[in-house]
Design a protein around this ligand. Structure first.
Ligand SMILES: Cc1ncc(COP(=O)(O)O)c(C=O)c1O
Length: 295
């Protein structure tokens, strides 16, 4: 692969309040965040120079840290400003934005009451290759073996690094079998989400999506629900059982990275991306464009 490894790129990274050369943004191997997964992050996209729902992402980052019992020592406003600064200094307009916060190295054990909390923000070019014809073919999903955990066992509302362990394993398994991603059930056996995106289904002109009671209620998910309601589509948030997959006509996934991506197959079930998926895909791509400033 000709992709430049992420630690060997050029540009700047915002690190604990300062801009540092990209390749100097390093941390010690004895970091609590690495050993004990005390690490939270965000995934955001800038379109035409403006980060879509930047403040919502910054608020979620702060909240994710609170779920892990630490406080990020920067305000939402400071994080928003830092993200804008990194994008500007890196000269990027269509980019992915990755803030990450973690516990440092002062103590190395389960307890890390007084470890320093670090925050870094990196950005990289990531144009949204939007070709509706190509996208409407739909991706193929495997069924994951791992399940989204019971909220009584883990802070499932946090966008925490530790929650992605089962996502990476599931995605690797799916990719080895030729699938693009995997659909995960939850601890009760209900349909939950993909390894990095939420899921929607269409039946008789209405949208059905699992209630986010043990997985991330994605910012894209909420945006798409709003767009669907604006179009007058009924949106039903409910428990969905895997046996129901056969009865849905369309399916798509949503996420900052995935945007709105139609699904053609989940294991033995097939879907035909149709009018509702297409309408929401187009509405979402219009919604993320930077708004012209009011005169
Ligand atoms: C596990 C998981 N679920 C859902 C989402 C969708 O969230 P959002 O739309 O806020 O990007 C993501 C992406 O961040 C994710 O990683």
């Amino acid at each position: 692969m000709s992709v430049i490894p992420f630690d060997q790129r050029e540009g700047v990274i915002w690190f604990d309040g300062k801009l540092v050369p990209w390749q100097d943004a390093t941390l010690h191997v004895l970091s609590h965040g690495l050993h004990y997964a005390s690490c939270v992050f965000e995934g955001e996209r800038a379109y035409g120079g403006a980060i879509f729902k930047s403040t919502e992402h910054s608020q979620r980052l702060k909240k994710s840290a609170e779920y892990l019992d630490f406080e990020i020592p920067f305000s939402v406003e400071e994080i928003d400003a830092a993200k804008r600064l990194v994008l500007e200094k890196n000269g990027q307009v269509d980019a992915y934005v990755r803030p990450v916060a973690w516990r440092g190295s002062e103590m190395m054990g389960v307890s890390a009451q007084h470890n320093k909390i670090h925050l870094a923000i990196a950005t990289w070019e990531w144009p949204s290759y939007f070709d509706p014809a190509q996208r409407l073919k739909g991706i193929r999903l495997d069924m994951a073996e791992f399940r989204r955990p019971d909220p009584a066992t883990i802070p499932c509302k946090s966008k925490a690094a530790g929650l992605y362990m089962i996502c990476t394993i599931s995605k690797h398994k799916a990719e080895r079998k030729g699938y693009a991603d995997a659909l995960m059930l939850d601890w009760r056996g209900q349909v939950a989400e993909c390894t990095g995106a939420n899921v929607f289904f269409v039946k008789d002109g209405a949208l059905h999506t699992p209630t986010p009671d043990c997985f991330l209620d994605g910012i894209t998910r909420r945006t798409v629900i709003e767009l669907a309601k604006r179009r007058g589509f009924e949106v039903v948030e409910r428990a969905i059982l895997p046996g129901e997959l056969e009865g849905f006509s369309e399916c798509f996934i949503t996420g900052t990275a995935a945007e709105v991506t139609p699904v053609a197959e989940i294991g033995p079930y097939t879907f035909v991306p149709g009018a509702i998926t297409k309408a929401l895909l187009e509405d979402y791509m219009a919604e993320v464009q930077p708004k012209a400033k009011a005169a």
